[in-house]
Design a protein around this ligand. Structure first.
Ligand code: NAD
Ligand code: LMR
Ligand code: MG
Length: 661
C-alpha cells in the first residue's frame, strides 16, 4: 500500500480508469474519492489514517492531510478543465437547444461526433469572437436607435438579448455577467416592466412553466413535463402586483424570468436548474380581460380557499419532484404575499422577496445612513423614519427594522417609525386597521404633540416630524414632489436620506435629479430602479444608490441552497442584511455610497450567500448540499465558506458535449 501526499493524491490519475472521448474524468473520480474521505474523517474523529481505493489502487491518507484535501477538492471544481456535458440528442436537435447550442463555435471533432457536419458553415468561430460579434451588434443597435423614444430603444435592446437567450444560453449568460451594469436595466427593472405590459404581443417562445386554475388536480403530473432532472431555484408569481404596475395577469411571467437571470448572473445558479413559474388564477385587469390577444385565463382572479388550494397544489407538486428546490415568491398582491409566506415558511424552503429581500436591502441602507451621519449604529433606534407605502414591501421593511432596533438596544420601545398609506398617516384610530400594519400604527398620545392625527398627509408628516429618512414603497410615481422634497431640507439629520424605492422608473416616488435639486446636495439617495449619478456642478456628484432587492435575493437563494436549508429563518435573513450593511467602507459611506456597484454583484452575492449558509448552520436547519454534509459545513471558517460558495457558482463556458443515447 502506498502512502501519498495530498499533492500526489490530487494529481493522481488512476491507471485503470478509461475515459471515453478523452473526457477529463479524473476530476470526477478524485472528487468522489475525496468526498468519501472527508465524510470518513468527520464520522470518526479518533482515527488518524484512512485507506482509500481510487481506480483499483489503495492509498493511505493521514488525518493531517484531510483539511487541505477538503480545500483542494473545492478548488478542483473551479480550476478543472471544463467538464463534459452529456447530451441525449444529436444533429439539428442540438442546434435548436439553447442549452447545448454553440452556433458556429462547435469544434470540427465535435461536429463529427454529434452529427453536425454539414449543418453549419465550415468555419469555426471561437467563443471570444462570437462574444465580440454580439457586442458589436448590440452597440450598433444603440447607435441606430439614437433619438428614438426610450421605450422603443429599451424594447429593441430587450429583443436582441432575448433572441440570444433563446438561441445560445452560454453566450447569453456570459455577456450578461460581463456587462451586468448595462444589461440589468434591460432584463430587469425598468425594462422588464415594459416587457410584462406588452408580453402578449412580444411572446414568441415559451420560457418557464404555466400553471393555471384549469390545471387543478393535474399539477403533480404536469411538474414532470419540465425537461430538467434537477431544479434548484424557482421564482413564482401570480402576476397580481407586478412592480408598481398592478395586476398584469399571465404577462407577469417576465418577472420570474428576469429574477432568475439575475440568479444566474449574480449567484451563479446553473441555468439548467432554474424554473420561472406563472400561476395563472385569472386577472382583475379589465383591459387585459377585454384584450383579444391576452394569453392568460380570461376570468376574474380566484379568491379565498379556491386560490389557496391552487398554490397548495403547486407547492406539493414542486416538493414531490424537487424536495430541495428553493421557491421565491415574487410580486404577489399584499394579502397573498403575507398569507402564503405564513402558510409555507415552516414547511418549505421558501421566502417572499418583496417582503423579506426588500427588507434586508432597505435595512442595510438605513444602517448606512446612520454611518453616513457619523453616528454609531446604536443610534439607529433614534432615527425618525417615514415609510410611505404600507404594503408587502413597506411592512416588511418596518418589521425587520424593528427587529434590528430591539436587537441593538435590547428594548422593545416603540421606535420613531411613521407609516403612511393611500389614506395618510396610519394610527391606532384607523377604522379597519390592517393587522399587519397595527404594530406600526401611532397612538394618539405619540403624535398629538406633533400636531398630527389619523390620516395626516405626507407633506404634513414630513414638515412636522422632520424625519432623518423618507422611504417610498408606494408604487406612486412622483409622490415625493417638490414641496415634500423641500420639506426634507428641515430634516433633523445632518445627512437626510431619501429612498424612492418603487419600480419601475416611472413609478419611483421621485427622480434622483429632483431629490438632489429640491432636498439639497447633502442628501443620501437611493432608488429601486437605476438612475444616473447627478452632476451637482463644480465637479461634485450626487451618488445614486440602487436600493433594490437584487443585492440580497440571489445570496439568500444561493446560501439556502448550498446549506441545504430545510426552511429560511429570520436569522438567515438578518445575517444577509448585516452582511450587506457591513460591506461598504466608512470612506464609501461618507461619500453616500451605501451599496456596492452592481459590477461586483457576484462578489457581494458570494458573501451574502456565505452569511446565509453560516446562519443556516447555526440555526440547525442546514442539511447539506450534494456530498457536503452539515458537519462539514459547520467546520468551515468564514473564508472557507465564502470560497465554497464561490466554487459552487456556475460560470458559462462551452463544455465538451458527449452524446449518450
Ligand atoms: N426597490 C425594491 O427592491 C423593491 C422591492 C419590493 C417592492 N418595490 C416596489 O414597491 C412598490 C410597492 O410594492 P408592495 O409590494 O409593497 O405593493 P403593495 O400594493 O402591497 O403596497 C402599496 C402600498 O402603497 C400605498 N399607497 C398607494 N397609494 C399611495 C399614496 N398615494 N400615498 C401613500 N401610500 C400609497 C398603498 O396603500 C399600499 O399600502 C412597488 O412599486 C414595487 O415595485 C421595490
Ligand atoms: O423587481 C424589482 O426590481 C424589485 C422588486 O422585487 C419589485 O417588486 O419592485
Ligand atoms: Mg418584486
Amino acid at each position: 500500500m502506498d502512502q501519498c501526499t495530498v499533492a500526489q493524491f490530487i494529481q493522481f490519475q488512476p491507471p485503470s480508469v478509461k475515459f471515453s472521448n478523452n473526457i477529463p474524468g479524473v476530476v470526477v473520480v478524485l472528487w468522489s474519492a475525496a468526498s468519501e474521505l472527508v465524510a470518513a474523517t468527520a464520522s470518526d474523529p479518533t482515527r488518524n489514517n484512512w485507506n482509500l481505493e481510487v481506480g483499483g489502487v489503495m492509498w493511505r491518507v493521514a488525518r493531517s492531510a484531510v483539511s487541505s484535501l477538503r480545500q483542494s477538492r473545492r478548488r478542483m471544481l473551479s480550476t478543472a478543465i471544463p467538464g463534459p456535458c452529456i447530451v441525449h440528442k444529436r444533429g439539428a436537435d442540438i442546434l435548436h437547444d439553447p442549452w447545448f447550442n454553440k452556433d458556429t463555435g462547435f469544434p470540427l471533432t465535435e461536429r463529427d461526433r454529434l452529427g453536425l457536419r454539414g449543418l453549419l458553415p465550415p468555419r469555426v468561430i471561437s467563443f471570444e469572437q462570437q462574444y465580440v460579434r454580439f457586442m458589436e451588434s448590440y452597440r450598433s443597435l444603440e447607435k441606430n436607435t439614437q433619438g428614438q423614444s426610450n421605450n422603443v430603444v429599451s424594447l429593441a435592446k430587450w429583443r436582441i438579448l432575448n433572441r440570444l437567450h433563446d438561441r445560445n444560453e452560454t453566450l447569453y449568460y456570459r455577456v450578461l455577467i460581463d456587462n451586468i451594469k448595462d444589461f440589468a436595466p434591460i432584463i430587469y427593472t425598468p425594462t422588464v416592466g415594459l416587457v410584462c405590459q406588452n408580453y402578449s404581443g412580444l411572446f414568441r417562445r415559451p420560457r418557464g412553466m404555466y400553471f393555471s386554475a384549469k390545471d387543478k388536480g393535474e399539477m403533480m403530473s404536469m411538474i414532470y413535463n419540465w425537461p430538467s432532472q434537477q431544479v434548484d431555484m424557482i421564482v413564482i408569481t401570480d402576476g397580481s402586483r407586478i412592480l408598481g404596475l398592478g395586476d398584469l395577469g399571465v404577462q407577469g411571467i417576465g418577472i420570474p424570468i428576469g429574477k432568475l437571470d439575475i440568479y444566474v448572473a449574480a449567484a451563479g445558479i446553473n441555468p439548467q436548474r432554474i424554473l420561472p413559474v406563472m400561476l395563472d388564477v385569472g386577472t382583475n385587469n379589465q383591459k387585459l380581460l377585454e384584450d383579444r390577444l391576452y394569453l392568460g385565463l380570461r376570468q376574474p382572479r380566484l379568491e379565498g380557499e379556491e386560490y389557496l388550494s391552487i398554490v397548495d397544489e403547486f407547492m406539493e407538486a414542486v416538493h414531490a419532484r424537487w424536495p430541495k428546490a428553493i421557491v421565491q415568491f415574487e410580486d404577489f398582491q399584499m394579502k397573498w404575499a403575507f398569507e402564503t409566506l405564513e402558510r409555507y415558511r415552516k414547511r418549505f424552503c421558501m421566502f417572499n422577496d418583496d417582503i423579506q429581500g426588500t427588507a434586508g436591502v432597505a435595512l442595510a441602507g438605513l444602517l448606512g445612513t446612520v454611518r453616513a451621519q457619523g453616528l454609531p449604529l446604536s443610534d439607529f433606534a433614534n432615527q425618525k423614519i417615514v415609510v410611505v407605502g404600507a404594503g408587502s414591501a413597506g411592512l416588511g421593511v418596518l418589521k425587520m427594522a424593528l427587529q434590528a432596533v430591539s436587537r441593538m438596544s435590547g428594548s422593545t420601545a416603540d421606535p420613531h417609525f411613521f407609516l403612511i398609506d393611500k389614506d395618510g398617516l396610519i394610527t391606532k384610530e384607523r377604522k379597519c386597521l390592517d393587522p399587519a400594519a397595527a404594530p406600526f400604527a401611532k397612538s394618539q398620545g405619540e403624535i398629538e404633540g406633533l400636531g398630527l392625527s389619523e390620516g395626516s398627509s405626507l407633506i404634513e408628516v414630513v414638515k412636522k416630524v422632520k424625519p432623518h429618512v423618507l422611504l417610498g414603497l408606494s408604487g406612486v410615481g412622483g409622490i415625493f414632489n417638490e414641496e415634500v422634497l423641500k420639506a426634507m431640507r428641515e430634516s433633523d439629520s445632518s445627512k437626510p436620506a431619501i429612498f424612492a424605492m418603487s419600480n419601475p422608473t416611472t413609478n419611483a416616488e421621485c427622480t434622483a435629479a429632483e431629490a438632489f435639486k429640491h432636498a439639497g446636495e447633502n442628501i443620501v439617495f437611493g432608488s429601486g430602479s437605476p438612475f444616473e449619478n447627478v452632476d451637482l456642478g463644480n465637479g461634485k456628484v450626487g451618488h445614486v444608490n440602487q436600493a433594490n432587492n437584487m443585492y440580497l435575493f440571489p445570496g439568500i437563494g444561493l446560501g439556502s441552497l448550498l446549506s441545504g436549508a430545510r426552511i429560511i429563518t429570520d436569522e438567515m435573513l438578518q445575517a444577509a442584511a448585516r452582511c450587506l450593511a457591513s460591506y461598504m467602507t466608512d470612506e464609501e459611506i461618507q461619500r453616500g455610497v451605501l451599496y456596492p456597484s452592481i459590477d461586483c454583484i457576484r462578489d457581494i452575492t458570494a458573501e451574502v450567500g456565505a452569511a446565509v449558509l453560516r446562519a443556516a448552520v447555526a440555526e440547525e436547519v442546514a442539511e447539506g448540499h450534494g456530498d457536503v454534509g452539515p458537519r462539514e459545513l459547520s467546520h468551515m471558517s468564514k473564508d472557507e465558506t465564502i470560497q465554497y460558495v464561490k466554487d459552487n457558482m456556475w460560470y458559462p463556458v462551452y463544455n465538451p458535449l458527449v452524446h449518450e443515447k
